[in-house]
Write a protein that binds this ligand. Structure first.
Ligand code: ADP
Ligand code: MG
Length: 257
């Protein structure tokens, strides 16, 4: 590039972070433009995880099977046990639709799960546009966490952190911080929740890798800060381990353009 050439803000951003970053952001842009062209505001779990992966956030290896044969070959590539889930932008709560089968150990179970998921989804959501079934690695059990982003009318994008399941649904034990987060915000928001003791290791249970979770929040903040048009993000659940953590289910909603 000629010296003195002015960069627009996007180029400056890409240059600062080197070429790999540039490539990554093209993948995010591609996914967002594809959805917009199809007049969708909901991304599939597969698309959401691709975006997180490009942002450096660890997710279960998740791929799309259009047919039962695809599902079997993907399961063999990924390695058993696997999880199969319905993939449709019209089905928000996949389990309620009979759309999630976990811990599938072999070819026969994958074939059976494929048929059962399709039958159940078609019965419960006859109008749904089903793109196929996602095949993903089965994450080992960990402490269930949720992370997300919503847009506040006054503060703009805010990140949310909490423990999963009953903690968020019944106890509303969650913490919020305004984007962009600083390192200190990430550390504080994790320690803000009442259930923090559970993350520190409770009655002989393994503690969660708190520095890793802090880093995930910072990466999520960076993604939100640098990407226009995201209305909402849901990572529910994330499994946290003694070492590392993994996003198991993901959802991204775009702003209506
Ligand atoms: P829903 O749309 O119903 O929220 P999820 O993808 O969250 O569907 O799946 C429901 C539950 O199944 C999760 O809360 C988790 O306990 C389990 N589960 C889903 N995917 C995986 C996975 N890849 N590995 C292990 N458990 C999983
Ligand atoms: Mg979920």
């Amino acid at each position: 590039m000629r010296q003195g050439t002015k960069l627009d803000s996007k180029q400056q951003y890409n240059c600062k972070r080197g070429s790999r970053r540039k490539e990554n952001f093209m993948i995010v842009d591609d996914i967002l433009s594809k959805a917009r062209n199809e007049k969708r505001t909901v991304l599939t779990e597969i698309e959401a995880k691709q975006i997180f992966k490009e942002a450096g956030i660890n997710c279960t290896d998740t791929r799309l099977a259009k047919t039962k044969d695809d599902a079997v070959s993907l399961s063999e590539e990924i390695g058993y046990p696997v999880v199969l889930k319905i993939s449709s932008v019209d089905i928000t709560h996949k389990s309620d639709a009979g759309g999630v089968k976990v811990n599938l150990q072999d070819r026969a179970s994958v074939e059976k799960a494929f048929d059962e998921i399709m039958a159940s989804a078609r019965e419960k959501f006859p109008e749904a546009d089903i793109e196929g079934i996602s095949v993903q690695s089965m994450a080992k059990p960990g402490i269930e966490i949720i992370m997300g982003m919503t847009k506040d009318a006054q503060f703009g994008p805010v990140l949310m952190f909490g423990l999963g399941g009953v903690f968020v649904e019944v106890l509303k034990d969650v913490a919020f911080r305004i984007v962009p987060l600083e390192k200190r915000d990430a550390a504080e928001m994790i320690r803000d929740i009442k259930g923090f003791k559970i993350l520190e290791g409770y009655r002989g249970q393994d503690p969660a890798d708190i520095p890793f979770l802090e880093d995930m929040l910072l990466k999520l903040s960076e993604l939100v800060d640098k990407t226009e048009g995201i209305a909402e993000i849901d990572m529910n659940p994330v499994f946290a381990y003694k070492q590392g953590a993994v996003v198991v289910d993901a959802r991204i909603i775009l702003e209506a353009s």
